[in-house]
Design a protein around this ligand. Structure first.
Ligand code: SF4
Ligand code: SF4
Length: 247
């Protein structure tokens, strides 16, 4: 049994935990900057032209250097650092999150079948499905919207209350339920349930009901997941800037 309590957007979750995320982001950035700076000395200037004004103490890894300049080796080494050591770190964090998830098994509380939330309306989800969004397609294949917020409130008052406190605008959140859930709390179409049911929850940064057997996993790996996303954001941005500087 599974499915979806999703404020299905990392961004929403990051907003909720934005203070922690900002701190993690800055710390991770500082650590990456330190490593990039540490390899600068390996590409010392060989004074190829006498009138060169480039100052070792003032250069940044993202500026443009002349084609023959030795600091371009530094930029190449920095790019390599991001694509090897730091990417490996990212991969290891993903592995850790997945490994830790294996310790938990769905307890069939059916909370995720009774209530899913999304920043998208039903019409928007159907449109996204038409545009090829697989998640949206699976979602609208099983979930239907609640008439209003009072219906989900009757089922999970604490969850709706939590969203009311934490969401920037509660009116922008839409609530859904799956009609395939039987009166006995079991899925009536278990064999044919879509992947979103089979893999839920696959992201520790989504909102989970307290009852969910994966709540402990979420709490356990939340910091790792935030660090992971900070690293992905930073190296994505840095790689782009380095490639631009090396053009
Ligand atoms: S299809 Fe089954 S498992 Fe998936 S949400 Fe509906 S009732 Fe739950
Ligand atoms: S334990 Fe979690 S995944 Fe399983 S049914 Fe409950 S809410 Fe869904």
């Amino acid at each position: 049994m599974c499915y979806i309590i999703f404020v299905n957007n990392l961004q929403n979750e990051i907003i909720k935990t934005k203070k922690i995320y900002r701190e993690i982001f800055l710390r991770s950035q500082e650590a990456i900057d330190f490593q990039i700076d540490a390899i600068k000395k390996q590409s010392l200037c060989n004074h190829c032209t006498k009138d060169c004004k480039i100052d070792f103490n003032k250069i940044t890894a993202f500026q443009k250097f002349p084609p023959h300049c030795r600091y371009r080796f530094w930029q190449e080494a920095a790019l390599n650092l991001l694509e090897t050591k730091i990417s490996k770190d990212i991969y290891e964090k993903i592995q850790t999150i997945e490994e830790k998830r294996k310790k938990y098994t769905c307890c069939r509380c059916s909370s995720c079948c009774r209530l899913a939330s999304s920043e998208y309306s039903y019409e928007e989800l159907k449109q996204r499905a038409k545009n090829g969004d697989k998640f949206a397609a699976e979602f609208v294949s099983i979930f239907v919207p609640y008439k209003d917020i009072e219906e989900p409130r009757k089922i999970y008052p604490e969850y709706v209350e939590m969203l009311e406190k934490e969401a920037e605008d509660i009116n922008s959140i839409h609530f859904y339920y799956c009609p395939k859930l039987g009166a006995d709390g079991l899925c009536t179409d278990y064999e044919n349930r879509p992947d979103i049911c089979r893999t839920f929850p696959n992201n520790p940064l989504i909102s989970l009901p307290e009852k969910c057997a994966f709540s402990e996993w979420k709490h356990d790996v939340e910091i790792i997941a935030l660090t992971l996303h900070a690293l992905i954001d930073i190296i994505g941005f840095y790689k782009e800037k380095l490639k631009e500087a090396l053009k």
